[in-house]
Design a protein around this ligand. Structure first.
Ligand code: SF4
Ligand code: SF4
Length: 428
């Protein structure tokens, strides 16, 4: 197999095809800490793309409760078990981090591409390690919702659940869409070459004419985000709302400015931010700290890839939940967890300002800047290691710009409070 560079693993890895990169890459950051599991994102996607016959069990966006929930059921645990069998030496990270080439150090285990054919039960011709979920596993998208894990406490003892940074009892909501991976497992596994990555924005699509419904993409996507439709007998997946991405929604974007996807713009909890990341010819991210996505993922490393060890280089990044045991998070997001949580638990002036841009508008933001305001508070914060820090809060104004450089959002760190006058108490 050809060798490609995977910055998330900090090393070269095997992939079925030579590397080739789009000019811009669809990417997003989800802040797990803020999600309330209202499923508005799920329904925004469903009512736009998957409301027809044969798509009943198809949820391109889903929100599951970890650690027990999963759509399809057990998707990550099953693949991790397969990987463990194919990795007799374990999955280890070490090596020195280099901010540009390998920000999380270097991964020493085998990816789903390198482990293919080596796991017990795998076949010689298998290009991507994976499995095909059963119909039953697809049938209950929100199974185990809010089922908690952790210590069993004496009746009436709730002390464990009131302590930060780690509750003794815990669960969290995991928001999932297709990651439009740099090295997609679905694409690598397709024997028909029916899956492709768009050269302008890196969106991964399935050519419905070429697909013959072999379901190798369903098997090969480690995140299980390619799905089979029995009525048409071909596979379908998230299309990143590409008409919006292209600025073709005339009503919302008369100037053809790129818009965020339906699931992003509908988010009630303001947990989602989508962007387009500019890539160099070698696939590295063009340094641009004034892009909100670049700033959070590469500059501050507050948002991390989901299961980077799978090797697909996903373009979705998560701010991990503060209250969850660190070894669980380490398995899920790699070695950057402690650093990310340290940043998030006591954000400095700039990070706090950038985080105000989540869900502040519908257009994709390409640049941000701050107008400095006065200091309004100092609060004591408990850090993940139990130490204390003083967080300064500055009422800065943060401005977000669209692709054409037009300011499309301007908001302050402190939200203004408006008091309804007595004479209008019960009127609009
Ligand atoms: S998440 Fe799955 S379906 Fe989406 S691009 Fe990656 S491998 Fe393909
Ligand atoms: S809309 Fe936002 S807050 Fe609601 S479930 Fe989806 S990601 Fe979570």
């Amino acid at each position: 197999m050809p060798k490609v560079w995977n910055w998330q693993l900090g090393r070269e890895m095997e992939y079925p095809y030579e590397e080739g990169f789009p000019e811009w890459q669809f990417a997003f950051v989800f802040n797990i800490n803020r999600c309330i599991a209202c499923q508005t994102c799920t329904m925004a996607c469903k009512s736009t793309w998957t409301f027809s016959k044969g798509q009943e069990h198809m949820w391109w966006n889903n929100v599951e409760s970890k650690p027990y929930g999963g759509y399809p059921q057990g998707w990550d645990v099953k693949l991790l078990s397969l990987l463990r069998k194919a990795n007799p030496d374990g999955q280890r990270w070490n090596g020195t981090a280099d901010p540009k080439r390998s920000p999380y150090g270097s991964f020493k285990g085998r990816t789903i591409f390198e482990a293919a054919g080596r796991a017990p039960g795998g076949t010689d011709g298998q290009r991507v390690l994976g499995y095909l979920p059963t119909d039953q596993e697809w049938s209950a998208p929100n199974i185990h919702e809010e089922t908690a894990a952790g210590e069993v406490m004496a009746p009436g003892d709730y002390s464990g659940s009131a302590q930060l940074p780690e509750h003794k009892v815990w669960f969290f909501y995991m928001q999932r869409i297709c990651n439009h991976c740099t090295y997609p497992g679905c694409l690598g596994a397709c024997p028909r070459k029916a899956i492709y990555k768009r050269p302008n924005d890196g969106v991964v699509l399935i050519d419905q004419q070429r697909c013959r419904g072999y379901r190798k993409c369903v098997e090969g996507c480690p995140y299980k985000k390619s799905m089979y439709r029995p009525t048409t007998r071909v596979s379908e997946k998230c299309v990143a709302c590409y008409p919006r991405l292209e600025g073709k929604d005339q009503e919302l974007s008369p100037d053809n400015e790129p818009l965020e996807t339906r699931c992003m713009t509908a988010c009630v909890g303001k947990i989602r931010m989508q962007g387009l990341v500019h890539l160099e010819q070698d696939g590295s991210w063009t340094p641009s700290p004034d892009s909100p996505l670049y700033y959070m993922v590469r500059e501050r490393k507050v948002a991390l890839p989901l299961y980077p060890q799978f090797g697909t280089s996903p373009n979705g990044f998560y701010i991990p939940p503060r209250w969850v045991p660190r070894d669980y998070l380490g398995q899920m997001f790699g070695p950057g967890v402690e650093h990310a949580l340290e940043q998030y638990c006591c954000p400095d002036r700039e990070l706090l300002a950038v985080m105000q841009l989540f869900r502040a508008q519908q257009q994709i933001l390409f640049r941000w800047e701050i107008e400095k305001g006065p200091k309004v508070a100092e609060i004591e914060v408990t850090m993940p290691d139990g130490s204390h820090k003083v967080q300064e809060i500055w009422n800065d104004t943060v401005i977000g710009y669209n692709r054409s450089g037009k300011a499309v959002v301007k908001t302050t760190v402190e939200e203004p409070t408006f008091v309804r006058p007595d004479e209008h108490l019960n009127s609009i």
